[in-house]
Every structure is written in C-alpha cells, then in structure tokens.
Design a protein. Structure first.
Length: 254
C-alpha cells in the first residue's frame, strides 16, 4: 500500500515538474479590444510534449468556455527547447462581427508531457479603450478622433500619437505594446502640435471620453496613403505611468 501511495506521489511530482518547465503566456497583457495578441508555449523539457490540433481555449471570469477552438484530429508535437504560438484578435464571430468585451479572461491550453495531461493557464485583461473616426480623411480636411476609455479612466490625462504602420509596435513596458511604429510620423505627432495635430494631449472628461484631431496636409499625393492613430491614458500609480492604451485606428486618406 505504501508503495502505491509513493508511486502516486511521484507521478504527481513528475507532472508538476513538467508543467513548471513548460510556459504558456499571453502577450501583450493587458490588450486593447480588437488588438491581436499572441499566446506562446515554450517547451523547456528534455522530451517532446503533445497537443491536439487546436489545443487552446478562452474562458471568461466565471471560467465559462467562450471561444470553442474545436480540436482537429491530429497531434502537434513540440520538441525540447522549442516554442510555438497562436495569434488571435479576439473576434468571436464574423457575422455579425463581435469581439471579446472588456474584462478579465483566461487563456488555457491542454498538453501531454511525460505521459501526464496538464492544463496551463494565463489570465489576461481586455481594455475598453477605443477610437472612433469622424470626418472625411482627405487632403486639406480635418478629421476627429473620439477617445473612449469609459469611466474607468475618467479624468485621466491622455496622449495621442500617429504612425505610418502598426508593426513593429512600440513597447510600453510591462508586457504591453502600442500598435504604432516608431517612425518619423510618430515623433512628429508627439512634438509638432497644432494646427496639424490638435489636442493630442489633454484630459478625459468624467465619462472617460476625449476628442483629438488631425489636419491632413493639402497635398494631392497623399490620396491613397494611410496612417494609424492610438492613445494611452496616464496615471502616476500605474506601471510605467501608463494606465491603459488603445488599439491603433487605421485612417485611409481618400
């Protein structure tokens, strides 16, 4: 009887050690609504791990399975000291288009390591921050950006920025990334000011809403080009002084 108990304990320890040597992380975290994020698994074991074709799933704060990645009838093998990842933008359905709502979630993945099936979990948060475009983005026109962080950011300072692309993004530290490239437009949007970049820094109202704008230069050659805009909210007690941030909004110049 003692031998059986010892064997069970040893098997349990082996499973725990295996799980500790396989990491599963969501990045960036937190993530703004509609922004793609990456779920990465790293095998630090000296043996293979096994997974089914679509091994991960998303659970809400009540541990309810809300995104049913259906397991495909094949096995994925992940070699020792290797990693793989999946990227998802939080879209739950295409018609109608629905996404993860702001809140707390957990990404889970089921693996088989050293003969033991284990579920790895990483909690993450979806932020509410979003941008709505107003006006016609044409050369010589003003376009407005309504910044909406809901009441979770009421009265906080904000900073808007633009760039020509989303990737590679700009690190905000603490496993966070703003989907704006660090390029000349990004730098100009932080330094030039009006009349081109209007109210790019300010304070959100009591509903967590702000308004910024861009005067697109009256240059015909800009037609067919595009840029992206995003913003952060600021709070001294938040990591790095950044409370939250938005996904970048694409602005096509017509």
């Amino acid at each position: 009887m003692k031998k059986i108990i010892l064997a069970v304990v040893l098997l349990s320890l082996v499973g725990s050690v295996a799980a500790a040597q396989v990491t599963w992380t969501v990045s960036p975290n937190p993530v703004p609504t509609k922004q793609p994020f990456r779920m990465t698994i790293v095998n630090n074991l000296t043996t293979l791990i096994q997974m089914n074709g679509t091994p991960w799933g998303i659970y809400d704060s009540n541990n309810k399975f809300i995104y049913p990645q259906i397991g495909l009838p094949f096995i994925i093998y992940l070699s020792p000291k290797q990693s793989t990842f999946w990227t998802w933008d939080g879209q739950l359905s295409a018609n109608p288009s629905t996404y993860l709502t702001p809140g707390n979630y957990t990404a889970k993945i089921v693996i088989n390591a050293r003969g033991k099936t284990t579920t790895l979990s990483d909690p993450f948060t979806v932020l509410p921050d979003a941008i709505t475009l107003g006006g016609t983005p044409s050369p010589g026109n003003n376009v407005s950006f309504t910044l909406d962080s809901t009441k979770t950011a009421a009265g906080l300072a904000y900073q808007v920025a633009c760039s020509f692309g989303r990737t590679p993004g700009t690190s905000l530290g603490f496993n966070r990334e703003l989907a704006l490239g660090f390029d000349p437009l990004f730098i100009s949007s932080l330094t030039v000011g009006p009349p081109t970049f209007q109210a790019f820094s300010g304070t959100l109202n009591t509903s967590g809403v702000g308004l910024a704008g861009v005067l697109i230069p009256n240059i015909a050659a800009l037609k067919g080009q595009q840029f992206y805009v995003a913003y952060v909210t600021l709070k001294s007690t938040s990591p790095g002084g950044i409370h939250s941030y938005s996904y970048s909004k694409r602005v096509p110049i017509k």
